[in-house]
Design a protein around this ligand. Structure first.
Ligand code: ADP
Length: 228
């Protein structure tokens, strides 16, 4: 599913953000990626959705070696993943419905299939009643729920989230976690970088801790484990 072997990532400015990571994440796992700021978590996550390619080593996602992808193949590759960001990245001029439908329109799904599936995922995230609203009319938690609906609308095998609760209050963060858990229960792999200690300690999952670009801890059902 997700396979990294001896991965190094050195940025053009000379910073080695990932310094020899080997890891396997199986289909259906739920994984938190934790660690201090600057540890390399985002780079680790970006290597998974081919925002970055390794300087050396291998990153294989769903059987695809990301270093071997041609530039024009990247959008197709990414569409097989669900990606959720801290800042939602919704299209401001599109409604809730259109933001989610857009992800299916680009793969030219049949309009009837789109309608059914979009309503299905919006129901899953509890926003069926707000389909005609625009992102600016929603709370942060609601916007993140739209972006999660968009990320899963094409039924990806993996959802990758970088600090998805970073801009949310505790109540909304728990709601987002309930949705991720539900997605995971349906068989989707979830990989989530987070600073949210309460969530990691209460909803126990595999914890991969990164420091200085290396995995320093990898525990199933682990704790957040940092005092700061
Ligand atoms: P984290 O997500 O844990 O905060 P990052 O992966 O963002 O860590 O960053 C790891 C290191 O790589 C940091 O020293 C950061 O400054 C550096 N870095 C991140 N992105 C870039 C980039 N595009 N160019 C150069 N250095 C970067």
């Amino acid at each position: 599913m997700i396979h990294m072997k001896e991965v190094y990532k050195k940025y053009p400015n000379g910073v080695v953000a990932v310094n020899g990571i080997s890891v396997d994440i199986k289909q259906g796992e739920f994984v938190y990626v934790v660690g201090p700021s600057g540890a390399g978590k985002s780079t680790f996550i970006k290597l998974m959705y081919r925002e970055e390619v390794p300087t050396s080593g291998e990153v294989i996602i769903n059987g695809v070696n990301t270093s071997k992808l041609k530039r024009k193949e990247v959008p197709h590759f990414r569409r097989q993943l669900g990606i959720v960001f801290q800042d939602f990245k919704l299209l401001p001029k599109l409604t809730v419905y259109e933001n989610v439908a857009f992800a299916m329109e680009v793969i030219e799904e049949h309009p009837k299939v789109i309608r059914k599936r979009v309503m299905e995922v919006l129901e899953l995230v509890g926003l069926k009643h707000k389909v005609r609203m625009f992102p600016s009319e929603l709370s942060g938690g609601e916007q993140q729920r739209v972006s999660i609906a968009r990320s899963i609308v094409n039924m990806p095998k993996v959802v990758i989230a970088d600090e998805p609760t970073g801009n949310l209050d505790p109540e909304n963060s728990w709601e987002i976690m309930r949705i991720f858990e539900e997605i995971n229960t349906m068989g989707t792999t979830v990989v989530m970088a987070t600073h949210n200690r309460e969530i990691v300690n209460q909803i126990r999952k595999r914890v991969i801790a990164i420091e200085g670009g290396m995995i320093v801890r990898d525990v199933f059902g682990g704790e957040y484990g940092y005092e700061i």
